[in-house]
Design a protein around this ligand. Structure first.
Ligand SMILES: Cc1cc2nc3c(=O)[nH]c(=O)nc-3n(C[C@H](O)[C@H](O)[C@H](O)COP(=O)(O)O)c2cc1C
Length: 343
């Protein structure tokens, strides 16, 4: 349809790329809920994305699925990520979400490696079926308009079929306005290293912004990847899960060139305890919520002194009071050492 094409091809650049190198919080199922997104925003994330949401669940108005669409105004600019393999259902789900929630953009998941998703033609499965990927993206771009649509891909299905450049060019033609590239294949899962050379090839191949993703765990690494590849922005997953304050550190480094002081241990603990308290306040249920936060606490312990011992303690914690006791003992044991390093 000619008019639809015009709407799409003359879409203005997403505003968060104008005069800015945006730092995205990566979508992470079970991690990037509204609380964590708000905390990352406070810590300097420019753009956040929900965890992936099933287009089929939206299409069927499944109550639990619809909960994943909830967000607060302070999280904007925010994208809602959809996954699925049926172009008609995805388009309808995109129209519904754009109408109901008015997110700043919709993001299409073409990277999830989980079998439950892949075997229903969703996520990374579309990387090996370019005609279907094109139909999905075209249908969603037209259904969601004027809400912008972006996509997140992996570099390919496996090492022998790396096709990120082809996929990205196709997506650009459908009217997708930015592409995040996780530099791993589906077959790699989360192992091995992200291939930033392929990300650089995608940057060179398309005119829309490319967001680089994979193994960004420090401000210096972000700066190096930016220089090497020319990405228009970066997306952080596990690095942000362990240290959400990394967004501030990156911004400071990019703006001043100075490596910022590490966040003091006491401030890290205050942050972690606040995160858990907010989760309890939201759910209204303490032991279950704190037990559910254990994997998050494990992630926070990475980079802390005596992490192994902390992980043992976290494996049984189930109250905010219990967490406070762990924090106080840990601070008492390590704050002095930290002070000695700093002075
Ligand atoms: C626990 C977890 C859940 C994830 N869930 C999603 C998801 O829902 N949608 C998505 O596109 N990627 C998902 N990812 C992939 C991340 O967005 C990101 O691409 C990947 O972790 C690589 O970035 P990193 O090295 O910065 O972690 C998930 C990753 C993790 C670790």
């Amino acid at each position: 349809m000619a008019w639809d094409r015009d709407v799409v091809s003359f879409a203005p650049m997403l505003p968060w790329f104008q005069n800015r190198f945006p730092l995205y919080l990566a979508p992470m199922a079970g991690v990037t809920d509204t609380i964590f997104r708000q905390l990352c925003k406070e810590q300097g994330a420019d753009v956040v994305v929900t965890e992936f949401v099933s287009a089929e669940g939206i299409f069927r108005k499944n109550a639990r699925t619809l909960e994943y669409l909830e967000f607060e105004e302070c999280e904007r600019p925010l994208g809602i990520q959809l996954f699925g393999g049926n172009p008609d259902h995805l388009a309808e789900a995109a129209r519904m979400v754009a109408d109901w929630k008015q997110p700043d953009f919709l993001d299409l998941n073409f990277g999830c490696p989980v079998n439950k998703v892949v075997c229903k033609n969703g996520g990374s499965s579309l990387l090996r079926d370019c005609p279907l990927l094109e139909r999905v993206a075209t249908a969603v771009v037209h259904a969601a308009a004027p809400c912008p649509v972006t996509a997140k891909i992996r570099i390919g299905w496996d090492r022998a079929s790396v096709n990120a450049v082809t996929t990205a060019r196709l997506l650009e033609q459908t009217g997708v306005q930015a592409i995040a590239v996780h530099g791993r294949t589906k077959e790699q899962g989360y192992s091995g290293e992200a291939d930033w050379e392929v990300i650089a090839q995608v940057v060179a191949a398309v005119s829309i912004p490319v967001i680089g993703n994979g193994d960004l765990t420090s401000a210096a690494i972000v700066q190096r990847r930016r220089e090497e590849t020319g990405v228009a922005g970066v997306m952080l997953g596990r690095g942000a899960m362990s240290a959400p304050w990394i967004f501030r550190e990156i911004r400071e480094y990019l703006e001043t060139g100075f490596v910022p002081e590490p966040k003091p241990l006491a401030d890290q603990w205050a942050f972690i305890r606040r995160h858990c308290a907010l989760a309890v306040a939201r759910s209204g249920e303490e032991p279950h919520t704190i037990a559910g936060m254990r994997s998050r606490l494990m992630a926070y312990s990475r980079g802390m002194p005596a992490a192994k011992q902390l992980r043992e303690q976290f494996s049984t914690v189930s109250t905010l009071e219990g967490l406070a006791a762990i924090a106080e003992a840990h601070l008492e044991a390590h704050a002095e050492a930290e002070l000695a390093v700093l002075t």
